[in-house]
Structure formats: C-alpha cells, structure tokens
Ligand binder design. Structure first.
Ligand SMILES: *Cc1c(COP(=O)(O)O)cnc(C)c1O
Length: 403
C-alpha cells in the first residue's frame, strides 16, 4: 500500500490498520462543511454553496473515496464532482422519482417492473452519497419497509427468478439483517438469482475485507451476483481490485454499471481507460446508464448523443467483454432500453448492408445469389450488386497489405 492518504494533512497521522478498517472509514466519514474544509481547500463561496445544499440533501464521503481526488485544489476533479455538493442540486427541473419506482411497487420497498425480476430497496444508507444518486429522494426521509411483505410477495409470485437487493447499499445493513434477507430469499426455490447492487467496491472497498461479511456471502454465493458502480478509472484502485477479488473468490461474478456523468466520464479516453481497467480487475462492464432526469442531479446529464458516440468508440476498438450496453431508463416505468450506434445501414431483399467499426461498408448476402442489378453507387449499389466499400488505410487493411 502506498499510503496515498498521507497526501492529505487531515489524515497524515492515520495508521494503515485504521485506514483499511471499514469501521474507521465509516466513523470518519465527512458529513459537514467544517470537516470537509479540513480535508480540502474550500473558498468562502464554496462553503456557502455547500451549506445551502446541505439544508436540502445530506453529504457523506468516506476518507478513502475522498483520497482518490488527485488535485485537492481542482474543483472540477472527477472524483470530487461525484461527492462534493454543488448548487446545481438545488435547481428545480427533474423529478423525484422519474422512473416511477413508487407506482410499480405492489408492496413498500419492492418494485416489480419486468416479468421475472424485482428490485428491493433495503436501506437508504450508503457510506458515500453520490450527488448523482438516482434515489436521492429517499436520503434522510426513507420509511422502513417490512421485509416480511417482500418475502410474502415473492413467494406468491413464482415468475420472480431474480431479486435485486439494492438501496442505499445493502452491505451497510447490520450483518444479521443482511444475512436474514439473503437467507430468506435463498430459501425460495424459484428465486434463482440474487443480485447485490452496491457502490461499496468503489467507495468503501474495505467493507469487503471483513471476514464476517465474506462468510455470510459465502453461505449464499451459489445464487449471488454483485453489481458494482465504477464511474471513473481512478476508482479502480488496488483496494477496489482486492474487494472485487474477494467476491470472485467466493464464486460471485462482479458486473458493473457506469453512470454517464458530465464532467466525470463523458469522454471517450476516460471511458476506454475505465473499461480496460475494469476488465483487468475481472469486472464485466454490464450497462452504461444514461443519466436519469432526477431532481437534484440534472447538472450531471449529457445528451444521448454523447453516450452513443462513446459506445461507437468502444465497440470493435476494445475487447467486446469491455463494452457495456448503453441503456436509457424510460419514463412511465417503461423500463430500460438499449440505444447505440447502428451497424445495419440498409436492408434489401437480397442483401443487408452493414458497416463495421472501421467505417467499412459491406454487403451481407441473404439469399445466396449475387445480384447483377443496377443499383447506382454507394450503399444502393452494395444492396444490388454486393461487395464492399473499403476505407483507406485502416491498420487492419495495412496488415493485410491492401490499403
Ligand atoms: C434496472 C432494473 C431491473 C434490472 O434490469 P436488468 O435489465 O435485468 O438488469 C429490475 N427492476 C427495476 C425496477 C430496474 O430499474
């Protein structure tokens, strides 16, 4: 361990055994402006701005996560932007519950939207409150729901094969409560998959160093999957990799959902680096989520075009394993749909025309016979006569010696 936290005067004297202790991290989490000001230089305007936001939304940042900030002087650091409050949170547009999770809840805390899976919001607590959180509405005003009702509902619905245990972070529940939820779900025969959704591998990886927690997860690991949220390559630290490895060793696959965030990761080089680092950590990029129109998080949203452009620069260019599916979650509880660049350029009776990541256009014959028809130039010609339109000088064609 390189003890990088010692760069921050406030934690200079912290011993390694304290730093790696998740309890120490929780106890020393930053929740007020005065504490934050001792960790990061804040201008009087920033102090005032943060204080105003805190009247509406709470703040919580683990020392570990804050220590991922590279330059404490830089207000637009991508780690800082995710956790330090900004005035944009007080803007009025957006909705409290844009995905209508509440209206698809047959019992409190359970959302049943898709045919075979349900979502459980088990707690509002999280070791680090991300400013872009899609469930900001429940911070600090969450009503405890009754787990017995969840189990009763799931038992009565044999079509439910997959249960997403989310929050907040379920790993922050008291260990007996977490174990009870996992055990009760485990005992329902038609529940084949239990997913734990948590950002802790990124914000408090030390939680996954706790042998007691790992023992509990181990008991139910045959049904368990983990869904993490890494948003920036800098979050994939040696500690995060160890946390992931501790899950993988139990046979729990680790998938990742990245949220597309303005100023944080809305650039192709950052995303390429993130996806590559995730693969190197054996985390499978699952979704790239377009920012939901959440009140208090509108300042993080990008246009859809940004996400499509990023996926364009990933697909074909890096391992397919490292390319997440870009998803938009629709209003009215319509759910998630994939969006992406189109590779099918044209479609005729005899052929389809595709393009590839290099910009090469190629006819894909559909009925075996090659057409001789006039089709003119370009795509129309490819549809009728077949063949390909080859861009000059891509490195693959240079390797073939035909550029
Ligand atoms: C995203 C989501 C799921 C899981 O969807 P997958 O596409 O299977 O990952 C389930 N329920 C709700 C309410 C969701 O928002």
């Amino acid at each position: 361990m390189c003890e990088a936290w010692r760069r921050f005067p406030i934690w200079e004297g912290v011993a390694p055994e304290e730093w790696v202790d998740w309890r120490w991290q929780l106890e020393n989490a930053i929740c007020d402006v005065e504490h934050l000001g001792r960790a990061l230089p804040l201008s009087p305007e920033e102090r005032e701005e943060i204080s105003r936001v805190l009247l509406r939304y709470p703040m919580r940042i683990t020392p570990y996560y804050l220590s991922l900030i590279e330059d404490p002087q830089d207000p637009s650091d991508p780690v800082r932007l995710q956790v330090v409050p900004r005035a944009g949170e007080l803007e009025e547009p957006g909705e409290e519950d844009p995905l209508d999770e509440g209206r698809d809840s047959p019992v409190p805390g359970l959302t049943h939207r898709y045919p075979d899976r349900v979502l459980l919001v088990t707690t509002a607590f999280c070791p680090t409150f991300c400013r872009h959180c899609t469930r900001k509405r429940i911070w600090g005003c969450w009503e405890e729901s009754d787990p017995e009702e969840w189990f009763r509902y799931i038992k009565a619905h044999p079509e439910v094969r997959d249960v997403l245990v989310s929050g907040g972070s379920p790993l922050s529940l008291p260990i007996e409560r977490l174990e009870d939820i996992l055990k009760r779900l485990w005992e329902i025969p038609h529940v084949e998959v239990i997913r734990i959704g948590t950002r802790e591998p990124a914000t408090l990886p030390q939680r996954l160093f706790d042998p007691e927690l790992l023992e509990v997860l181990d008991r139910y690991s045959r049904k368990l999957w983990a869904i993490a949220q890494f948003n920036h390559p800098r979050e994939v630290t040696p500690e995060a990799r160890d946390a992931v490895w501790n899950l993988l060793r139990l046979g729990i696959p680790v998938q990742n959902q990245t949220v597309l965030l303005k100023g944080v990761n809305d650039s192709l080089p950052v995303m390429r680096e993130l996806m590559r680092r995730l693969l190197a950590a054996k985390v499978r990029p699952y979704y790239l989520l377009h920012g939901d129109p959440v009140r208090g998080a509108m300042h993080f949203r990008t246009g859809l075009a940004r996400g499509i452009e990023i996926v364009e620069g990933l697909r074909g260019h890096i391992s397919g394993l490292g390319v997440p599916c870009y998803m938009v979650d629709l209003p009215f509880g319509a759910g998630k749909v994939p969006v992406g660049p189109n590779y099918l350029v044209a479609m005729g009776e005899k052929a389809a025309v595709f393009r590839n990541y290099e910009g090469l256009l190629v006819a894909y014959p559909l009925d075996g016979e090659r057409g001789e028809e006039e089709g003119g130039e370009g795509v129309s010609g490819l549809l009728s006569r077949g063949g390909a339109l080859v861009p000059k000088g891509t490195s693959r064609l240079l390797r073939r010696g035909r550029a």
